[in-house]
Ligand binder design. Structure first.
Ligand SMILES: N[C@@H](CCC(=O)N[C@@H](CS)C(=O)NCC(=O)O)C(=O)O
Length: 343
């Protein structure tokens, strides 16, 4: 039973919790980022469209843009990112050990990764699924025709596990040829050591485009054998940082939904729409709830564009990857991208 004093104290706590919002503490990750002046972002070693460095060492891609948006939010400068290229095998240890602040690297959200590796999934930045690529001359039209065939696959991935499940469920007795490194897997497939290659469909498009002598000589089969919701992960134990990364992503989505884009951020600051005002920090201050300032999201949109712009530039129909917007469209346009409200 609560005594009178306890009741008063708890009443106060509950009232504060329900009625008042208080500024967030910065959190130890954000403190460290501010002290070093850089966000350390774990990215792919090289997957064009998602994260790849050019000959001058300049990184670009959808996953890279998330790092840039976060840096613009927290350090007011999208250039203040140190990129740490990580293979599939290295990525989780790098995040667990504190080598990187955030892992933004075509990584699938799964229960095991979220619940047992000391990490949190943030928000999905690309809904994908696992597919197969085969040489056009093989005349294979469906993954079901891969019975007893060799399939090149990279270890340390959901891909490897899904392939085993799919083979079992469909009694295909597929023979996986497993490689630890991406180049080795690519090399083996293009040298004809496997009949098919499997990874996330976006990865297949990227690899075909970049590595095939003649991309049209390779066909991506229509079946997707899994769900691969990809997005950034953070370490457990820092709720404030977790919230920042998650809300930058939701913020970029909400900006798209409300027509706030890279080119119009400044004009939109005079908008009378309360949602736009919250996005741009001209109305309620949502930044202080995250331990940031009013313009946290305006700066992110100015640096990278909203989510739709990030998608189009890096992987969309007019980019070299030419991926359709499809499931990655906003919920209001028939897709799965549904941001929690920035309010
Ligand atoms: N989304 C899957 C697959 C991610 C993955 O690592 N894919 C491979 C093939 S596209 C890759 O990016 N490899 C690059 C590397 O390890 O350097 C996962 O999270 O396990």
């Amino acid at each position: 039973m609560l005594n009178r004093l306890d009741k008063l104290v708890w009443g106060g706590v509950i009232a504060a919790g329900t009625l008042a919002a208080w500024p967030a503490h910065a959190g130890k990750t954000l403190d460290a980022i501010k002290a070093r002046g850089q966000v350390v972002c774990g990215v792919n070693v090289g997957l064009a469209g998602f994260s790849a460095a050019d000959s001058n060492g300049k990184w670009s891609g959808l996953d890279v843009d998330i790092c840039r948006a976060v840096a613009a939010s927290v350090l007011s400068d999208p250039e203040k990112v140190k990129y740490v290229p990580l293979t599939a095998q290295q990525r989780f240890t790098a995040l667990q050990s504190g080598e990187v602040d955030v892992l933004s690297r075509n990584t699938t959200f799964t229960l095991t990764r979220d619940a047992s590796l000391g990490m949190h999934v943030t928000a999905v930045t690309y809904y994908d699924g696992q597919g197969f690529m085969v040489p056009a001359k093989s005349k294979i039209k469906s993954a079901k025709q891969l019975k007893n065939q060799t399939v090149c696959v990279q270890s340390g991935t959901t891909t490897e596990k899904n392939l085993t499940d799919y083979s079992k469920a469909n009694a295909l007795a597929i023979k996986p040829v497993v490689f630890e490194k991406l180049e080795a897997a690519n090399g083996a497939y293009f040298a004809g050591r496997c009949i098919a290659y499997t990874t996330d469909a976006s990865g297949l498009a990227s690899i075909r485009n970049k590595e095939a002598k003649v991309p049209a000589d390779h066909v991506i089969l229509p079946e997707l054998i899994s769900k691969e919701p990809l997005g950034p992960m953070v370490r457990r134990g820092d709720d404030e940082w977790f919230a920042i990364v998650k809300w930058v992503i939701y913020g970029l989505l909400e900006a798209e939904e409300y027509g706030v884009a890279q080119a119009n951020v400044d004009q939109m600051k005079s908008s009378q729409d309360p949602v736009v005002q919250r996005i741009l920090g001209t109305g309620e201050d949502t930044g202080k709830l995250l331990g940031l300032d009013k313009e946290w999201l305006a700066r992110a949109v100015k640096a990278t564009g909203n989510y739709g712009e990030i998608f189009e530039r890096n992987v969309g129909p007019k980019s070299t990857l030419a991926l359709p917007r499809g499931t990655n469209n906003l919920w209001s346009k028939g897709g799965l991208m549904y941001a929690y409200p920035v309010r």
